[in-house]
Design a protein around this ligand. Structure first.
Ligand code: HEC
Length: 198
């Protein structure tokens, strides 16, 4: 005769799990709409920042644009975070702003994936990496959009010889722990990272 004393409770537990709303709603992948909205926000950050930086470079030169970068970049990210309720920031493969730009464990993993993809020929414009992670019992989308160095970035992120006049001095005072120089165009500079509940 079958002994139901062990199998029955397990069977009932399984039923309870299937019937629970948490199980029914657990999302393991973002919907196309969620993905599109996430991409749109990172695109907006990059576009707004690049517009403001270009305008300031023309008007104030590279050394005069460092403080612009320092105020504007976090301001744009915070504005978008306020609007969406998501966490949004820029992180670096080597970091200038230690407080805002240092990648956490997931972000370091994302940067490693982006770097490997870039090296194996992925297009910088569309290079991204994401993962759904359960946090406090809720599915959360972690998303990273690659930031690849452009020729116009070397005035502030290139080798010592490539930095524009006055930039090295200004960086020493504004960012005493700066590690974000010595980059060449085409290298992975960092990522815009978003963390949002699904
Ligand atoms: C005028 C100088 C200047 C130029 C030009 C410049 N940056 Fe930066 N960059 C900065 C400063 C200053 C910071 C630190 C901003 C802050 O405090 O959040 C920074 C930070 C960053 C960060 C965030 C991670 C970190 O290290 O703090 C990324 C990513 C980045 N820059 C990429 C780029 C790219 C890509 C370009 C070219 C398209 C570029 N930058 C051009 C000055 C510059």
């Amino acid at each position: 005769m079958r002994d139901l004393s062990h199998s029955l409770p397990r069977w009932m537990a399984a039923l309870a799990l299937v019937a629970s709303p948490a199980f029914a709603w657990a999302q393991t992948a973002p919907t196309p709409e969620q993905m599109q909205a996430t991409r749109a926000v990172t695109g907006e950050l990059l576009k707004t920042l690049s517009g403001k930086l270009q305008a300031s470079m023309k008007e104030n030169g590279p050394a005069g644009s460092i403080t612009v970068c320092k105020t504007i970049a976090p301001e744009i990210a915070l504005g978008l975070a306020d609007r969406t309720g998501w966490k949004i920031t820029r992180v670096g493969t080597r970091v200038r702003n230690v407080d805002l730009g240092t990648p956490n464990v997931w972000q370091r993993k994302a940067l490693a994936h982006l770097n490997a993809d870039l090296k194996s020929g992925a297009k910088p414009q569309t290079l991204e990496w994401s993962e759904v992670v359960t946090e406090n019992g809720k599915p959360t989308l972690h998303y990273a959009k690659a930031i690849v160095l452009q020729p116009q970035c070397i005035a502030c992120h290139g080798t010592a010889a490539q930095l524009a006049p006055g930039v090295a001095d200004k960086l020493r005072t504004e960012y005493p722990h700066d590690a974000a120089t010595g980059y060449a165009p085409g290298q992975l500079r960092g990522a815009v990272v978003v963390s949002r509940p699904l």
